[in-house]
Design a protein around this ligand. Sequence first.
Ligand code: HPA
Ligand code: ZN
Length: 322
Amino acid sequence: MINPVPKAELHLHIEGTLEPELALSLAARNGLALPYASADELRAAYEFADLRSFLNLYYRLMEVLRTEDDFADLADAYLERAAAQGVRHAEIFFDPQAHTGRGVPLEAVLGGLGRALTGAAGRHGVTTRLILCFLRDEPVSSALATFEAARPWFGTLITGVGLDSAEVGHPPAAFRAVYDLARDAGLHLVAHAGEEGPPEYVTEALDVLGVQRIDHGIRSMEDPALVARLVREQVPLTVCPLSNVRLRCVERLADHPLPAMLEAGLLVTVNSDDPSYFGGYAGDNFDAVRRELGLGEAELRRLAANSFRASFLPQEDKDAYL
Ligand code: HPA
Ligand code: ZN
């Protein structure tokens, strides 16, 4: 990747950047046994039938993340790799319930992430935002408790909330109360919708949760009226091409709806989701869509410009990139 185009990464789960080598070294550091003898053996387990089968390994492996240093090392390693792929700004998701639920204090998670993110502009030339995601397959009461516990970091480290984990059977509307609180707290609002779930979940995320961006949203393409609305309102969709193939939302990259989404006039961006598990970081996703979908220079530049337009950067910072 020579001279990767400058871009913003808007759909990135920090836990999904845990590379096999780091997982094994953190396991050793924390005195934990993993059922994989080597990084290659671990990488060979990265074969997924759907979102659920991925999430099983994703939650399993993050058990090696225990201390503040673990979270700082994880995020710092991501930021270094992202910078090398042209990422200048990263809006990063984290899943607090996946850590507090196994006894890791929120202070360790946010202390470590905060340390890495605070130093990122100076160390890696990457500006950052942090978005707290609620697990939609956990009860709303757990989301509400997590939200309240995270209040001390609102506006400083945490600037938005999102919704992730197993989508089908967990429609967005259930989380209305916690999104209302997040709006009142001045946080940005996003949600995963239309990855495996139906287009109705996208509509619900917009109308009931009031989100400003949709994460994934590829199944919106099944509903022409929804596409027309997303175009009219220029709702950003943070699309993750390699993820969609690895989780079998799309059979082959050549079948991905990204060109049709661009053609329709949607404000689409290209992102990496869980790069350690899905075969590549932001620049790798750009390379893959150029190669497999035949996108030209103009379309790649448009995707890069969209990534800054769709970001939560202040307008003057966006203007510097556009
Ligand atoms: N979808 C939903 N939840 C997730 C994902 C995803 O692609 N990655 C990590 N949590
Ligand atoms: Zn995601």
